[in-house]
Design a protein around this ligand. Structure first.
Ligand SMILES: NC(=O)c1ccc[n+]([C@@H]2O[C@H](COP(=O)([O-])OP(=O)(O)OC[C@H]3O[C@@H](n4cnc5c(N)ncnc54)[C@H](OP(=O)(O)O)[C@@H]3O)[C@@H](O)[C@H]2O)c1
Length: 254
């Protein structure tokens, strides 16, 4: 089966392309540097020719409110239009657990807009809501700075390895569309402030992490369980300690 992975050169996309190929599928990585740009439509008609499934794991290069909204609205609109013309039978998109509760955040308003466009289109779809990636813990610190300290709330958190995200997406991509949301998460629960503190320590990053009940996540207030998936979520296998000992976990870039 030909499966086009939009954002196929990114963190999740590159892992997904590898896994799909290992399972014998014709997986094509689509991104600006492979000649496919969902913002302009460049290369979309060509890459979708003969494909059955599209998995969208792209992300906006800029997370400014206006830029990220423009990215997800324009690219999703273009993608769905070209998919209709190409006869795509399943559109899979990666979004985030709790997205619908995070509309105070410009980033999440853009993800809500992306999801609404998918629901309104005639293409059968599956929206995958994942929890935060272990690989994103340092990035979470970076977007949570107040002065020179990291401010995060002491709320529940169930992050997962990017590898497990890609495995789950691979299975969903070759299965039937659910025309709804599938939640995926990690095998263990933590507290956001505590896990980011632990991650920074392993990176020898000296920034202090402050447990702050008023701290915002990407501009939005979090409830105790906003970032935790529901009881029907499919859980990845990789525990945080195991991930840390793997090479990706010890990379300072992660
Ligand atoms: N971070 C988290 O913890 C988390 C949790 C749940 C869900 N998610 C979701 O996961 C998704 C993927 O995240 P990621 O970290 O894997 O992203 P990433 O590593 O930043 O990769 C983004 C991909 O999008 C591509 N892209 C950018 N602009 C494009 C365009 N105009 N046309 C086509 N492709 C374009 C990039 O290509 P170039 O490299 O060529 O620019 C790259 O391949 C996002 O939608 C995010 O909302 C993230």
């Amino acid at each position: 089966m030909k499966i086009v992975v939009i954002g196929g050169t990114g963190l999740i996309g590159s892992k997904l392309v590898t896994k799909l190929r290992e399972h014998g599928h014709e997986a094509v990585a689509a991104a600006p540097n492979t000649g496919v740009n969902t913002l302009t439509g460049e290369g979309l008609a060509e890459v979708l020719k003969g494909a059955s499934v599209v998995v969208d794991v792209s992300n906006s290069p800029s997370w400014d409110d206006a830029a990220v909204l423009n990215f997800f609205e324009t690219s999703t609109r273009n993608l769905l239009t070209y998919e209709g013309d190409a006869g795509i039978r399943h559109h899979v998109a990666l979004s985030v657990v709790g997205t619908e509760q995070l509309s105070e955040s410009g980033y999440f308003r853009a993800k809500i807009a992306q999801e609404e466009l998918i629901r309104a289109s005639s293409i059968p779809y599956t929206i995958v809501h994942a929890t935060q990636f272990f690989e994103f813990l340092k990035g979470l610190a970076d977007i949570s700075m107040v002065g020179d300290k990291v401010h995060l709330p002491h709320v529940l958190f169930q992050p997962m390895a990017a590898d497990d995200v890609a495995s789950a997406l691979g299975k969903i991509a070759v299965g039937p569309p659910v025309n709804g949301i599938v939640e995926i998460g990690g095998p263990e629960q933590f507290r956001v402030d505590e896990l980011v503190r632990q991650r920074l320590a392993t990176l020898k990053d000296a920034r202090e992490v402050v447990a702050d009940p008023n701290a915002l996540y990407s501009g939005a207030k979090l409830g105790e369980r906003t970032l935790v998936p529901g009881k029907n979520a499919r859980l990845g296998e990789t525990r945080f300690e195991t991930w840390l000992t793997q090479s990706a976990g010890t990379s300072r870039a992660a």
